[in-house]
Design a protein around this ligand. Sequence first.
Ligand SMILES: CC(C)(COP(=O)(O)OP(=O)(O)OC[C@H]1O[C@@H](n2cnc3c(N)ncnc32)[C@H](O)[C@@H]1OP(=O)(O)O)[C@@H](O)C(=O)NCCC(=O)NCCS
Length: 155
Amino acid sequence: MEPVVFDRIKVSSGMPEMAEYFSLYSAAEWNKGHQLSPDAFYRSLQGSWYMIGVYFEGRLVGFGRIISDGILHAHIVDLMIHPNFQGCGIGSMVLGLLVDQCRRVGIPNIRLFSEKGKTAFFAKNGFKARMSDCSGMEYVLDESNDKPLHDAPNG
Ligand SMILES: CC(C)(COP(=O)(O)OP(=O)(O)OC[C@H]1O[C@@H](n2cnc3c(N)ncnc32)[C@H](O)[C@@H]1OP(=O)(O)O)[C@@H](O)C(=O)NCCC(=O)NCCS
């Protein structure tokens, strides 16, 4: 029997190689709007607080990253799954790992801007649209389970 796909998948929080990242970004057709060089993209990654890359047989097929102050605010950007690998649960896995990292350090405000047509995906992964006069989406903390990890002042 063929090995299951997940045996060939690796997950890493390290920087991807420049060519791999540029290739995925281009496959997602996001560079059409920016027309940035591979080097410029790579330097943008270096400003990230945390990132997750998913590799299938060594090729980067999924990615997402967080820009954050590490305490209060986290903004999820550049979540993208290669078109050939969409619909396999990889996007949810990457998003879940990004949220987990925020929760681990107690960041309460985890936010993102959904692309058109993607809000259902984010809603399935615990995000909700902000109030009608606010933009973007935010992760909904489960008050019973998701206690902020930072020490409150005076206790
Ligand atoms: C949006 C994206 C990240 C989703 O990743 P994915 O790996 O394809 O999604 P998953 O397989 O984890 O899907 C999880 C669930 O969300 C649903 N879903 C995924 N994309 C969806 C969409 N565009 N609209 C509605 N539901 C969607 C899936 O059907 C699945 O539902 P199920 O659990 O009931 O089966 C991916 O399609 C992508 O990279 N798109 C292009 C780049 C992009 O738009 N990124 C988002 C920027 S804000």
